[in-house]
Design a protein around this ligand. Structure first.
Ligand code: GLU
Length: 389
């Protein structure tokens, strides 16, 4: 019999869909993949060269558990430059991807009986990580545009609240928390003394006039309660390299590092050298990617709203759309599995994000694939809904 801890968790739906879709593609099926969120761009050349050079230079041995000092310094400088947060190097930890940073946080901070407020829709893995830490998940809603507000958070606070998960720009909705609301949420955290896990991995993917705001930049009190999570995966098209970084009080960082010393040791040093170049090197590739995603975002939003049975809010950030499929008469699992089997289009069921009325499509794929995929969805829905009604 397996341990209860693993029996009660579900596998990652995003990664499961991705694996299934990639397998079908390998078998020669003409499949359009809107599944796992990863940029379709290649890792920029300067970053790849830095990794190759590190191998040639024999930088292939253990590094300190929490990351190379040069990379920690680069992460601290980036937090200062872009996020306006002052972290000392002792307040930085490098991990094997943002997901690993988050896992370390939950294990380091949450105890049985603690409550963690998780706004819905949420990224799939938060829920399972909180469960693994044996804490209680307290779900809270968002407004009609999927935005988190201080009022909604305030209603869920109890004397057991230990943490709030704040993910802006949000996966899966693309919603961005309004600055005024962010300030009020920070006040709630300070007044009620709970941690804010601020997952900012989509910080560069903000469109229109919005500018990313990091909650820890607001004042020292909230900074001391915030764990700022980031990664090079999305920003530099480096999903497979597995480098995440976070900033928090030295007490939390030390605990996370201690945990990491017994699980993964250091993140791959070759990937760390690549991440160093990513953070310190030219940033043009980021702008280019954001420009392309913005164009796709607008197209996706417009085109999805033209399809009968689907309605879609315009996302402000990240690279996902989260359309409402209620009018098709299907719940998200039926919608996604039939869409995959009958029309060879892979999307992620909203139920995995806590919202069964929606599905998630990543637009981090080429315009050609987007056009083809949406045409297929329209055609499939026309046939399907004729049968349903
Ligand atoms: N974070 C991405 C997603 O939501 C990658 C897959 C995963 O780690 O969940 O699709």
């Amino acid at each position: 019999m397996l341990a209860e801890r693993v029996r009660k968790i579900a596998p990652s739906a995003t990664l499961a869909i991705d694996a299934k879709a990639k397998q079908l593609k390998k078998e020669g099926k003409d499949i359009v993949i809107f599944g796992a969120g990863e940029p379709d761009f290649n890792t920029p050349e300067n970053i790849k060269k830095a990794a190759l050079k590190s191998i040639d230079d024999n930088i292939t041995r253990y590094t300190p558990v929490g990351g190379m000092p040069e990379l920690k310094k680069a992460a601290a400088e980036k937090f200062k430059r872009y996020n306006n947060i002052n972290y000392d190097i002792s307040e930085i930890l490098i991990s094997c991807g943002g997901k690993h940073s988050l896992f370390n946080i939950m294990m380091a901070v949450l105890d049985k009986g603690d409550e963690a407020i998780l706004p819905v829709p949420y990224w799939v893995s938060y829920e399972e990580m909180i469960k693994l830490a044996e804490a209680k998940i307290v779900l809270c809603g968002t407004d009609e545009k999927f935005k988190l507000t201080s009022k909604i958070v305030g209603e869920k606070i109890t004397d057991k609240t230990k943490m709030l998960i704040l993910n802006t720009p949000n996966n899966p909705t693309g919603a961005v928390v309004d600055p005024d609301e962010m300030k009020k949420i920070a006040e709630l955290a300070v007044d009620n003394n709970f941690y804010v896990v601020s997952d900012e991995v989509y910080e560069f993917f903000i469109y229109g006039n919005e500018r990313h705001l990091s909650i820890a930049s607001l004042n020292d009190k909230i900074k001391n309660l915030t764990i700022s999570v980031n990664s090079v995966s999305k920003t530099y098209a480096m999903t497979g390299w597995r480098i995440g970084y976070c900033g928090a009080s030295n007490e939390i960082i030390k605990a996370m590092e201690n945990l990491q010393s017994h699980s993964t040791s250091n993140p791959s040093n070759i990937a760390q050298m690549a991440a160093l170049e990513a953070l310190n090197g030219p940033q043009d590739s980021v702008k280019e990617m954001v420009r392309a995603f913005d164009e796709r975002r607008k197209f996706m939003h417009k085109r999805l709203n033209e399809i009968d049975g689907i309605s879609c809010i315009e996302p402000e950030g990240a690279f996902y759309v989260f359309p409402d499929i209620r009018e098709t008469g299907m719940k998200s699992l039926e919608f996604t599995s039939r869409l995959l089997d009958e029309a060879l289009v892979a999307v992620v069921p909203g139920i995995a994000f806590g919202s069964d009325n929606n599905v998630r499509l990543s637009y981090a794929t080429s315009m050609h694939e987007i056009e083809k995929g949406l045409d297929k969805i329209e055609k499939w829905l026309k046939q399907t809904t004729v049968k349903i009604h």
